[in-house]
Design a protein around this ligand. Structure first.
Ligand code: F0G
Length: 461
């Protein structure tokens, strides 16, 4: 595909200087960081593609909203703005703000999983999986098989495998399943979208067994953009109408607003059921803060109310998803495999293919993330066996379906020239790929280990 680029639908009013260290310095910095990119200090990173979460650039309207923040403990105006906008966008009657996505999971999932043993999802994000497990249940993934082959080009590789979902429910026993979760877009499968037709089918299967459906809505606007482009029924529909159609399929939603709502902090819980919402409010007061601020400052709530609308803008989304397509096209030209077609928020480089000599238990995607830092000061992260961790029962290293090095692009932050630097770095790494070695873990916590584990390169030092 020819690299195309949709120009920025904004101009830049404020800038943040970044600098590039020498290669020698970077080698030392990553060693000092125990080969864990989460331990690098941000000043030592040139292009930070660690995450698109909370890293976006706010607009002039959002910064103005910050000044408008109402910091009252109870009854704050900003909460009413957030709730009104969220009700309008998602069509849910009951909305609770919380401070981020995992806070929403922490408050809601134990309610849905009370006395239940399983949650099934197209794919759980790692914090969602952690909160399912912390609630005493198991998280089962049920994505369509084409998602597992990075070279297959398909429109909706994030979809639920609804036939398998039905089989799984019968096998496990519907009584034991607390919730079916649809993650849009499907982050762990490469930011791949889920079609509305697929969501409707999931809803039908869940209804057959009386199981509630929850949407993990972190990137629901990017998903809606893909639906408009790729699902014929929605070709002429507004993104607002598409988002509504998506959310009709759910009883609950959690949203990390740090992604598609372009805020540095924020989250939402949506509930149709009034009784469940009462429980949500009680838990929110204990864990997050009083219900009218939900662990957020008034100013952050105001920025969120505005960001919810800006994140749905079609011109913005065309440019944004265009950035991934541009980077993807450069990698196509260089013969570097990634989860294709390009995802909504990131390019997920297929480290298994770039570093075929490194087995999963020596973490090829983590090795590639380290090389990207050494090569050009780019910070990316592993979405593979290193992130997946160990089996909770046997404590053995799990083998992930993918070994992705994720290049997550913050919203409205980096330019086309930055993306050119990223592609050039990967091309250079490809040339010396066979010499790159794997890693072993020397220290790790039991849950979400990738944030704090310490590693050591194999066959070096
Ligand atoms: N769900 C999905 C699909 C996510 O991608 C994330 C976060 C969360 C839930 C949790 O939200 O961070 O606000 O608590 N994903 C980030 C990422 C961290 O880098 O993909 P949070």
């Amino acid at each position: 595909m020819k690299p195309t680029y949709y120009p920025e639908p904004f101009r830049i009013k404020s800038v943040e200087p970044i600098k590039m260290l020498t290669k020698m310095q970077r080698k030392q910095k990553i060693k000092d960081a125990d080969y864990n990119v989460f331990n690098l200090v941000s000043e030592d990173v040139y292009i930070d593609l660690l995450t698109d979460s909370g890293t976006g650039a706010m607009s002039t309207a959002q910064w103005a909203g910050i000044m408008e923040g109402d910091e009252s403990y109870a009854g704050a105006r900003c909460t009413r703005h957030v709730v009104a906008n969220a009700r309008e966008i998602f069509g849910f009657p009951n909305i609770q703000p919380v401070h981020q996505g995992r806070a929403a999971e922490k408050v809601l999932l134990p309610i849905l999983l009370n006395n239940k043993k399983y949650a099934i999802s197209n794919m759980h994000f790692d914090t969602t999986r952690a909160h399912v497990e912390l609630a005493g249940a198991r998280a089962v993934d049920c994505v369509v098989p084409e998602a597992l082959d990075t070279s297959i080009i398909a429109d909706f590789k994030g979809n639920m495998d609804n036939v398998r979902l039905d089989e799984l429910i019968r096998k496990i026993d519907p009584q034991n399943i607390g919730v079916v979760i649809i993650t849009v877009t499907n982050n762990s499968a490469g930011g791949q979208p889920v079609s509305v037709a697929n969501m409707r089918e999931t809803r039908k299967v869940a209804d057959k067994y009386g199981i509630p459906v929850m949407i993990d809505a972190a990137r629901c606007f990017e998903n809606a953009f893909f639906v408009k482009r790729r699902e014929t029924e929605f070709k002429n529909k507004s993104l607002a109408a598409i988002v509504k159609e998506m959310f009709v399929c759910a009883d609950y939603f959690t949203m990390s607003c740090k992604k598609d709502a372009i805020v540095n902090m924020g989250g939402l819980i949506g509930c149709r059921d009034k009784a469940a919402f009462e429980l949500v409010k009680q838990r929110c007061i204990s864990y997050e803060g009083f219900i009218t601020y939900g662990g957020m400052s008034g100013r952050d709530l105001e920025a969120l109310a505005i960001g919810l609308k800006e994140g749905m803008d079609e011109d913005f989304l065309r440019y944004r998803i265009g950035q991934m397509e541009y980077l993807g096209a450069l990698l196509d030209k260089a013969g570097i495999a990634y989860q294709s077609p390009a995802g909504g928020h990131a390019i997920f480089v297929d480290a298994k293919k770039l570093l075929p000599h490194i087995p999963y238990y020596e973490f090829p995607a983590q090795a590639l993330a380290i090389e990207l830092y050494v090569e050009a000061g780019i910070r990316a992260c592993d979405i593979g066996s290193y992130m997946l961790g160990n089996d909770p029962d046997t404590k053995e290293q799990l083998k992930a379906d993918f070994e992705f090095t994720r290049l997550a692009v913050p919203r409205r932050v980096y330019t086309q020239a930055h993306l050119d630097v990223v592609a050039a770095a990967l091309i250079n790494i490809k040339k010396r790929a066979s010499k790159i070695k794997g890693y072993e873990i020397v220290e790790e916590p039991p849950v979400l280990r990738h944030f704090t584990a310490k590693l050591r390169p194999l066959g070096k030092e």
